[in-house]
Design a protein around this ligand. Structure first.
Ligand SMILES: [Cu+2]
Length: 284
């Protein structure tokens, strides 16, 4: 009975406290820096916890935008000087390899470290992905290894291609935007990496990717006002324009060209050749 009384007292006090702060009109509305994101993993450690967020419900093959927060339990605050780095690793039956990934930066929100990973393949019963995280907390270097699951996108459409170029280099090309395509001229965005080794995937700059969207279900018609993808230093991505004149299934035929204008992968769409071997698929 005594315990119950205490609980009531605490409840009453906290209710009072909440209503007090609600009444205070000078208190600015608290901005949630991970608003709209899903916390897909949380790694509990003795004195802190690492939280991993995505726009999606889970990690998928292709381009994944990921946000990481580290909460110091002692101060109950998210840490702004953790300087984290990460390394995705896939453990396959016969080998191990990494995946293309950006650096983690906290330029928009000091306590949210953002970056992206392009997973080339899904995990399965015997082959799995791990994310190795390194960061500093209260002057100490920490490392956590988290097993993550990576699935094929539910829509089954191709938005990522791993391929060998005519220069005998293996490339990874992944679709980034538009996330919600519209009947309009959309901002098209993609990332391009090359595979230097099993562990190293440097970003490829200053190449060009031609864009030729077609509707195979409707006589393979195209659309006007597309713009080829070119590298933008500010975004560290390839930016172009994708014109979609109607809803339905579109095949975005692509051709990758190096800085000397040589075609490394993909073919022109002609009467005789309805599609390129390099493409993205969209349906909306
Ligand atoms: Cu693999």
């Amino acid at each position: 009975m005594k315990t119950l009384k205490y609980i009531f007292a605490i409840l009453f006090l906290s209710a009072t406290f909440v209503s007090c702060s609600d009444d205070d009109e000078n208190t600015p509305a608290e901005i949630n820096p991970v608003e709209g994101l899903n916390m897909i993993y949380e790694i509990p450690a003795t004195d802190h916890t690492v939280q991993i967020y995505s726009e999606k419900q889970n990690l998928e093959v292709g381009y994944n935008e990921i946000s990481i927060r580290i909460k110091d339990m002692a101060s109950d605050k998210y840490v702004a000087n953790a300087a984290p780095s990460w390394m995705p690793m896939m453990h396959m039956e016969t080998m191990e390899h990494s995946a293309p990934h950006s650096m983690l930066t906290n330029t928009e929100e000091s306590t949210v470290y953002k970056g992206h990973v392009v997973f080339q393949m899904a995990s399965n019963d015997t082959e799995y992905w791990e994310m190795i995280l390194n960061y500093s907390l209260n002057g100490q270097q920490k490392e956590e290894t988290l097993r993550v699951s990576v699935s094929q996108p539910a829509d089954g459409l191709t938005k990522t291609q791993v391929f060998m170029g005519t220069d005998d280099t293996r490339y990874v090309l992944a679709y980034v935007n538009p996330k919600e395509p519209k009947v309009a001229v959309n901002d098209l965005q993609a990332v391009l990496y090359k595979m230097e080794s099993m562990m190293s995937f440097p970003m490829v700059e200053n190449y060009k990717i031609t864009v030729d969207p077609r509707m195979p279900g409707m006589g393979n018609h195209s659309s006007p006002n597309n713009e080829d993808l070119t590298y933008t230093t500010a975004t560290k991505m390839y930016d172009g324009k994708l014109s979609l004149t109607m809803t339905g299934y579109w095949k975005i035929n692509l051709k990758l060209m190096n800085s000397s204008g040589e075609t490394l992968k993909g073919e022109d769409v002609t009467e005789a050749n309805p599609e390129s071997s390099l493409y993205f698929e969209l349906e909306f």
